[in-house]
Design a protein around this ligand. Structure first.
Ligand SMILES: C[S@@+](CC[C@H](N)C(=O)[O-])C[C@H]1O[C@@H](n2cnc3c(N)ncnc32)[C@H](O)[C@@H]1O
Length: 452
């Protein structure tokens, strides 16, 4: 069957951005194509329960198909839906939330509010991680991953997700590394030096950080580098160098050196200031983050007597924004840099009724301190994998009155939500918020109420 060319009608979009069709009673996940389109496709993999394939020819076009703005669209692993009208992207995201809640969570009675669109659909990101790649010869690329390939990077000329000068810095950097003959990291052989270029911006203050992530060793001639890059990009307010000599291909470092400026940028959210360092999590669509947090607080309805436990707190933004409306907040986060930033953020915003602990949520809950018995509100904002089941059990033992759960993955949210509801909570509604136009990512806000 693999290699066979077939004619298919696309009926849906799947969670990972692929399109969905059916062939001989089996589902086919396709790269390319939009619902309503008739396509010619090559079957690439056959499995007992499904096939995968790739669209080779469009036989009819969907009325919702538009011309993608980006010249890298189709190759780039970043945007999967740039060729689909934005309002239709939103419709499919809404449907995916519905499908996950019904299918995984068995929660078809929970109301799903209409998804909140992103105010900006281009240039909305404040952080991009560009990868260096070489196959061992003298040539290299600097850009983003090719769709579906962890080990293939294409040379990026312009990305429309982060405003300029982001792409211009990428192109400058590629020339600099080539001119200076700085070796590039080979991800398969684990040799070479340059690994990532991260660019972070702060819309509220117009500050800009570049962070070079390399294999072990000092950055060659940093003074010369700074002298050359700053006149070309006066927008850069800080430059940091992180060394990551581990095999895991992530853009965070074990050793950080500040080469220029303060080593952080400051963003403003809902009137407060937040320090963002190179290695800590910060929401990537700042305008929409304000909408997300505002929505979350409206749904939660905080009270001045509330004691709030903010789990997976990152740089502390949710707790800090909530602190003056409640009695006290405790934030827990695993990344040491994020906790340093969270404490600093509380200080620069003059917040005194908040404390932060650097810990794995599971360990913090296991430690069984008396303090944790007193929280009546739980805020949970975990990574995409959702909540560790043992940690969730511990959270539920605290019997909080309300749980505000913010999720970036409707599938793991639905799994966790089913467990929360089973242990005596109601989930009247969830509110999807679109933080990432043109990608399949969906953010959700929800509040669980303990049944009396
Ligand atoms: C989706 S982010 C949320 C951050 C924050 N609430 C915000 O809105 O900016 C998830 C955070 O959980 C942290 N994290 C992941 N696993 C963790 C764990 N087991 N224990 C504590 N924190 C964890 C990550 O470092 C990250 O900062």
């Amino acid at each position: 069957m693999a290699g066979k060319i077939v004619t298919l009608e696309i009926t849906d979009l799947a969670f990972d951005g692929k399109s969905v069709a059916h062939l001989d009673g089996k589902v086919v996940f396709l790269k390319g194509g939009l619902p309503g389109e008739k396509v010619e496709a090559e079957i690439t993999v056959t499995k007992p329960r499904y096939n995968t394939g790739i669209v080779t020819k469009l036989l009819t076009k969907s009325e919702h198909r538009i011309k993608a703005k980006c010249s890298h669209f189709g190759i780039c692993g970043g945007c999967t839906w740039q060729d689909l009208k934005y309002e239709i992207q939103l419709m499919y995201k809404q449907k995916q939330v519905y499908d996950c809640l019904a299918r995984i969570g068995n929660l078809s009675e929970t109301e799903i509010d209409e998804i909140i669109p992103s105010e900006e659909i281009f240039n909305y990101r404040n952080k991009m991680e560009y990868s260096f790649h070489t196959s061992g010869d003298n040539s290299f690329t600097l850009g983003l991953h090719q769709r579906g390939h962890f080990d293939k990077i294409f040379d990026l000329k312009k990305c429309h997700l982060q405003a300029e000068p982001s792409s211009k810095i990428v192109n400058w950097m590629r020339d600099y590394v080539a001119k200076e003959e700085i070796p590039v990291y080979d991800v398969l052989e684990h040799t070479g030096y340059m690994r990532f270029l991260m660019i972070r911006t702060a819309a509220g203050t117009e500050e800009l950080m570049i962070n070079m992530v390399t294999n072990y060793g000092d950055f060659p001639d940093p003074e010369k580098f700074i002298e050359q890059i700053l006149p070309d990009f006066p927008e850069i307010t800080t430059i940091v160098h992180n060394q990551n000599g581990k095999k895991s291909n992530i853009a965070t470092g074990e050793i950080e050196k500040i080469l220029h400026g303060p080593g952080f940028i400051t963003e403003k959210l809902l009137g407060r200031s937040f320090r963002i360092s190179s290695n800590s999590f910060f929401q990537t669509n700042p305008k929409q983050t304000e909408t997300l947090y505002r929505t979350a607080f409206e749904m939660l309805g905080p009270d001045s007597n509330d004691r709030v436990l903010d789990l997976y707190c990152g740089t502390g933004s949710i707790g800090i924004l909530l602190a003056d409306r409640v009695k006290e907040v405790v934030g827990v986060e695993i990344v040491p840099d994020a906790i340093v930033a969270a404490r600093k953020n509380a200080e620069i915003n003059g917040i005194e009724n908040i404390q932060f602990y650097e810990a794995n949520v599971k360990d913090y809950l296991n430690a069984g301190s008396q303090e944790i018995e007193n929280f009546n509100i739980l805020i949970i904002d975990p990574p995409r994998a959702g909540i560790n089941p043992r940690a969730l059990k511990k959270m539920l033992k605290l019997k909080p009155e309300k749980i505000l759960y913010i999720s970036c993955n409707p599938a793991t949210f639905s799994r966790d939500a089913a467990n929360i509801v089973e242990s005596g909570y109601t989930l009247p509604r969830v509110k999807p918020v679109d933080m990432f136009p043109h990608t399949m990512h969906i953010e959700l806000v929800s509040v669980f109420y303990r049944e009396k």
